[in-house]
Design a protein around this ligand. Structure first.
Ligand code: ATP
Ligand code: MG
Length: 298
């Protein structure tokens, strides 16, 4: 029966799609997403993937149409405020913060605008897609303004004479720069999150969600962790171990044919920087290898 399958909404095409699909794959969920179909069924798990525009995802979860949704916090926040105004259900749970989709929602003005603080925007026209988040910020700052809602190409609004300032998502700032704008105020920081419907799931479905969450943790910690191997002189073993960042108990093994050296293997929660590698070498370590880890379960 279809309702026994877990339904997950993801962005069909856009900035979150690739990372979301990569994460699902890394969690061992096999789905063929090469077709244009709205719903894709997983081959190896009782999961259906619904591919939609990101704006639709919070509502689908809040209305209980899907069980889980991968979404940017900015869209979730905006949609929650919009639904509150419309008296529509907003209950949901954020079950995981994800290590992608990082961006900031910032006010930006023309390069030659004499910006002295938010007050400089008083009574001006500001173009944005996320009108409610902006409205809350401006209300808290007590600055009156006129809102101009644009769902795309926000960054060209000042040049096109549509607005005096914009409030838009920024990651590198390259788009702002290319449009002769400068970022003057960060009003919201966002990453992607996994949201779940508020109403309890059946036992089987919740078990599956819990397994997925554990796997996401495994993938995310693995990405930050490294497997470090090196050969070390026994005499400097303690000093060398001290240099290895965030490492648990290292594995120390005999090196065939060597009396005074051992092999040391360790899983580190952080990357190993060149500077540390140089210090390790100075302490007599050799054959230092830093390897990526694909998955881990602690
Ligand atoms: P859709 O067609 O699904 O509505 P969209 O145009 O609204 O897509 P995208 O541009 O694909 O949205 O961005 C999706 C999300 O990616 C944003 O809401 C935000 O959370 C995140 N994001 C990360 N970096 C950026 C960035 N530099 N610009 C815009 N969004 C970013
Ligand atoms: Mg959108």
């Amino acid at each position: 029966m279809p309702e026994q399958r877990l339904r997950i909404a993801i962005q069909k095409k856009g900035r979150l799609s690739d990372d979301t699909v990569k994460l699902l794959k890394a969690c061992g969920i096999k789905v063929n997403l090469n077709t244009q179909r709205l719903i894709a069924h997983s081959d190896n798990m009782p999961i259906d993937i619904l591919r939609v525009r990101d704006d639709d995802i919070p509502g689908l979860v809040m209305d209980g149409v899907v069980d889980l949704g991968f979404i940017g916090q900015n869209v979730l926040e905006e949609e929650s405020m919009m639904r509150k105004v419309a008296n529509e259900p907003t209950a949901h749970k954020v079950v995981k913060e994800l290590a992608f989709g990082e961006c900031r929602f910032s006010l930006a003005v023309d390069n030659d605008f004499d910006y002295q603080g938010v007050q400089s925007l008083a009574n001006l026209r500001i173009a944005t897609t996320y009108v409610h988040i902006l409205k809350r910020f401006m209300a808290e700052a007590n600055v009156p303004y006129t809102s101009c809602m644009l769902t795309g190409s926000v960054e060209v609004a000042p040049r096109a004479g549509l607005a005096d300032a914009i409030c838009d998502l920024v990651s590198t700032g390259a788009t702002l720069e290319a449009n002769g704008l400068k970022e003057v105020e960060v009003i919201y920081r966002s990453t992607a999150v996994l949201m779940q419907r508020d109403k309890p799931l059946t036992g089987d479905k919740q078990d599956l969600v819990d397994r997925i969450l554990t796997r996401i943790d495994g993938v995310q910690t693995a990405k930050e962790s490294k497997y470090i191997m090196l050969n070390a002189p026994k005499a400097n073993l303690a000093a060398i171990t001290d240099l290895l960042p965030g490492s648990d108990l290292p594995t120390v093994m005999d090196l065939a044919g060597s009396e005074d050296h051992v092999a040391l293997h360790v899983v580190s929660k952080e990357n190993l920087f060149w500077e540390t590698m140089e210090q390790l070498k100075a302490l007599g370590a050799s054959s230092i290898l830093v390897l990526p880890i694909e998955k881990m379960m602690e």
